[in-house]
Design a protein around this ligand. Structure first.
Ligand SMILES: [Mg+2]
Length: 410
């Protein structure tokens, strides 16, 4: 059938049109896809859908085509020819007759990202069962990454994203795997600004504790920090109380602390990949500009904001100057960065671990609790509980292959 004789698309994919699902499975090698379609071409059929995947050297190729009509050839002839070709290639084949295109996907579409370290069959079974229990259908599953965690994505339709998120949050806590649920659609691909907390998120340390170690008041400061992060203390009061303990420290300690800061594994990869994808990246911290300005420079960040330690005559005064960055301040800065970046809040992603990150996580289009305290984990859109910051990329649907390609082609 030449192009000019091809019926309109509506007729090809109409519900009543006889169609054939041709499935090929076997050892992958060059030429299989070309060979199958070359074989089908002799019957002048049209392609409605193709899915192909190679797993550990085995190809699974599914082609949905129109059944042959006219021209003196029958479906039986096509079946015989395809089976004969497949036998010659040592491939298994199955041909199923039916009508029309794929069943339309249900409304209410979500991406469910599962991070396992390792990902067990038991967890996978429980997650799949949980999706089914909410009325959802799993339309596709594919692997996003095998490193540093096994990450797979389920494309789900037919159920409400919030309902799915609630059900899976309970399930994932019981299973000890991370499950992130985000609504499908253009919004997910339109994310443009990522704003991160610093202490225990971008870096492994709590900066004030590094200063406190130099002042010999580490234990007192750590206790106040823990209370504040658990939401038991007002952040601003606790900040002033802790900074007061640093009074008299020599300003040379600032350089020492900068050198002591340890980035979270995956932090560089995350930032580098986000920048290559065209994201703007910022940090907001209840810590200090003396450290965040350095991080901004070292990591090429677009935005950074924090409290500033007052230094007079070469000594820390035990006070902070300027605008206080607390829980409300972090959310305010997210909004400010979004305005400066020219993106709506719905296109922002915020990442943090502490109670003072909650307003920011809730204000962002996607809030990610990163190895967070329970109070934060329960309130955020999604939670990551593996110690690798680059796993945030998988929540955005970026695959490990894409990450590696972006970072090797300098
Ligand atoms: Mg933190």
């Amino acid at each position: 059938m030449s192009a000019s004789q091809t019926p309109p698309a509506t007729a090809v994919t109409g519900d009543d049109v006889p169609t054939l699902l041709v499935k090929i499975f076997g050892k992958d090698r060059p030429g299989i896809t070309a060979g199958l379609f070359d074989t089908l071409a002799a019957y002048a059929v049209d392609v409605i859908d193709i899915e192909q995947i190679v797993t550990r050297g085995r190809i699974t190729l599914c082609a949905l085509v129109t059944a042959p009509s006219g021209g003196g050839v029958t479906e039986g002839d096509l079946r015989a020819t395809v089976h004969s070709w497949a036998d010659s290639m040592h491939l298994q084949t199955e041909i199923i007759s039916g009508r029309g295109d794929n069943r339309p996907r249900g409304t209410g579409r979500s991406h469910v990202t599962v991070l396992g370290h390792p990902l067990t069959a038991e967890s996978t079974a429980a997650i799949a069962a949980c999706i089914t229990d909410t009325g959802g259908n799993i339309d596709r599953i594919f692997r996003l990454a095998k490193y540093p965690v096994t990450a797979v994505e389920f494309a789900v339709s037919g159920t409400d994203t919030e309902k799915l998120r609630t059900a899976l949050a309970t399930e994932s806590a019981a299973l000890g795997v991370d499950v992130a649920v985000v609504a499908a659609g253009l919004q997910r691909r339109a994310q443009r600004l990522v704003v991160m907390d610093v202490d225990s998120t971008l870096i492994q340390d709590e900066v004030i504790e590094l200063f406190a170690a130099h002042a010999g008041c580490e234990a007192e400061v750590a206790e106040v920090t823990a209370q504040a992060m658990r939401g038991e203390l007002d952040f601003e009061q606790s900040l002033h109380a802790r900074v007061a303990l640093l009074a008299g420290l020599d300003e040379s300690v600032v350089d020492k602390v900068r050198a002591e800061v340890r980035l979270t594994p995956g932090a560089r990869t995350l930032i580098k990949t986000l920048k290559r994808l065209g994201f703007q990246v910022g940090v907001v911290s209840g810590g200090f500009t003396q450290v965040t300005d350095d991080l901004r420079e070292r990591l090429g960040l677009d935005f950074a904001s924090a409290n500033t330690l007052e230094i007079v005559d070469g000594k820390l005064t035990g006070r902070v100057t300027g605008e206080i960055v607390d829980r409300a301040g972090k959310a305010r800065l997210l909004r400010r960065f979004a305005t400066e970046a020219g993106v709506p809040l719905s296109q922002t992603v915020a990442v943090g671990d502490g109670a003072n990150d909650l307003d920011m996580l809730n204000a962002a289009g996607l809030g990610v609790a990163f190895n967070a305290k329970p109070v934060v984990r329960e309130a955020a859109h999604t939670a990551v509980n593996v110690p690798f910051l680059d796993t945030v990329l998988y929540l955005l649907g970026v695959t490990r292959e894409e990450v590696e390609a972006a970072n090797t082609h300098e």
